[in-house]
Design a protein. Structure first.
Length: 505
């Protein structure tokens, strides 16, 4: 009789308990030789028995069905073959048809067409015990996961940008990956700008060196970029069964940056435009003031770029405007962004005065947040003692612990905001002044996509009023122009009514 050998392990522990696949195969081959069975094939696989679809098991069943004569299936023990009665139904049908004999080596049990009730009962009881074992493992895993979650520990592999490693005591720890963490941060920073698609971000960080954590590293795919942008783990929370829990590891980004990316993602229009893949400086930045529809670009005569209202509401006349005409007031505005050195010195002096007051406020705010954090931490310790002494139930402890941990997470985020604001105060001010001084030069020397990003950084609420482009400046550049309006240099244009207007003549 032909024989099929099946060897399986589902945990690493089984590999070290004498149940390794090579050990099972050796015993099965010896058994086949002793029983004078001819080995037709061997199936070996490592998979969890709790999976809904055991594809390799189904392949074995399919091979038995295709066999032209009765087959002997040799396995180490019942739980190596099956751990549910659903599988018994498939095997029992083949047994009753006289197409399958099942040999369980350890149980010294052979199930065949003429097996008596005692043998069938032994088989069923072994399956019952195996199924019970699986359920116990499942319950233990759930309890372990939930305990880790309550302690702020991630119960599975860390996401890209982090490393699973060991701490000083040999315990498991997760820390930022020095080779990838900064590139993951770059994903959020690029996408938050609002002008880069996920595909573009994937290409850019791929060129910077970010690859997938696989045996054959490749550039991240679109779905991987999306998963990163949606993962709250990067700002300090982990998602478990639809609920957010604070974790104890170092965040890579701020909550504000994550939220900004979420807003960009949710506002992103999925419907592609006719020229979605072509580069246009003002694409997606302007709306029609009359009807609110988008102003769309189009290439005419093979090289000239014109913009017009899509007229989706059918209330506007078709007016075509050259891109150069729309860019003219923007370029004049950029030239007038620069401040005289005397004004820069005055602003810097004012910043120093504000900085002193700001530091005092930040120190008081941080001290207050720290007191509140320590108060919550003390409540957790007291509550834990109450739990041990039986004064509160486990459910009450779990619910209050979750509430307190969430509050601590919010306090941590608030403290980090103050700390970052304090560290970046002068840096941000210097960036704004430096950008204002070189705005026109930077714009003219940039590629089309960089120009779009630059204008998106500076402008908001851009509208086309007939043939006139109206736009507002984002903070803090609007404040800079307010200063310019109060102290206009000779021949300089001014801000009127909150948007840019060219001076007559």
């Amino acid at each position: 009789m032909k024989a099929i050998i099946l060897a399986r392990v589902s945990t690493e522990e089984q590999m070290s308990e004498g149940q390794s696949i090579p050990a099972q195969l050796a015993r099965a081959r010896e058994y086949a030789s002793r029983k004078d069975l001819e080995i037709q094939s061997e199936h070996k696989f490592d998979e969890s028995s709790t999976k809904d679809q055991r594809k390799k098991f189904e392949q074995v069943v399919e091979e038995i069905k295709k066999a032209k004569e009765k087959v002997a299936l040799i396995v180490e023990t019942v739980d190596r073959l099956q751990r549910s009665f659903r599988e018994s139904v498939l095997l029992d049908e083949l047994r009753k048809e006289g197409r399958l004999d099942i040999h369980f080596i350890r149980e010294n049990l052979v199930i065949h067409k003429d097996s008596n009730s005692s043998e069938i009962t032994r088989w069923d009881m072994a399956v019952l015990v195996a199924k019970s074992y699986v359920l116990q493992i499942s319950d233990n895993v759930k309890r372990t996961f939930e305990l880790k979650i309550r302690n702020g520990e991630l119960p599975h592999k860390a996401p890209i940008g982090y490393l699973n490693t060991a701490d000083e005591k040999g315990g498991k720890m997760i820390k930022p990956d020095p080779a990838k963490a900064h590139l993951v941060v770059k994903i959020f920073e690029l996408y938050a700008v609002g002008t880069y698609s996920m595909a573009t971000v994937a290409k850019m960080v791929g060129e910077m060196g970010l690859k997938s954590s696989t045996k054959t590293p490749k550039m991240l795919k679109l779905r991987q970029i999306e998963a990163i942008l949606k993962n709250p783990f990067y700002y300090g929370q982990m998602l478990y069964k639809g609920q957010l829990y604070p974790h104890k590891y170092e965040p890579l980004i701020s909550y504000d940056l994550w939220q900004k990316c979420k807003e960009v993602r949710e506002s992103y229009k999925k419907k592609p435009t006719k020229h979605a893949s072509k580069p246009f400086i003002l694409k997606g930045l302007i709306k029609c003031k009359k009807c609110g529809c988008a102003i769309t670009p189009e290439i005419q005569k093979g090289k000239y770029i014109y913009y017009r209202c899509t007229n989706y509401k059918e209330i506007c006349k078709r007016v075509w405007i050259r891109e150069e005409e729309l860019l003219e007031p923007i370029k004049k505005m950029l030239k007038n962004l620069a401040l005289p050195q005397k004004d820069i010195d005055d602003i810097t002096k004012d910043l120093r005065t504000v900085e002193q007051s700001k530091n005092e406020f930040h120190q008081k705010a941080l001290a207050g947040l720290r007191v509140e954090y320590d108060k919550v931490d003390n409540r957790i310790k007291v509550m834990y003692e109450d739990r041990l002494d039986g004064r509160i139930t486990p459910d009450m402890y779990d619910n209050k612990l979750k509430e307190y941990k969430e509050k601590q997470q919010k306090l941590t985020i608030e403290m980090s905001k103050y700390q970052r604001a304090n560290q970046n105060y002068y840096l941000t001010a210097n960036k704004v002044l430096s950008l204002a001084q070189r705005a026109y030069e930077v714009f003219e020397g940039s590629e089309v996509e960089e120009k779009r990003q630059f204008l998106n950084f500076l402008l908001q609420n851009c509208q086309l009023d007939g043939r006139k482009l109206v736009f507002f400046l984002k903070s803090p550049f609007n404040s800079l122009f307010s200063y310019n309006t109060k102290h206009p240099a000779e021949g300089q244009s001014a801000l009127r009514g909150g948007y840019w207007e060219l001076n007559p003549g």
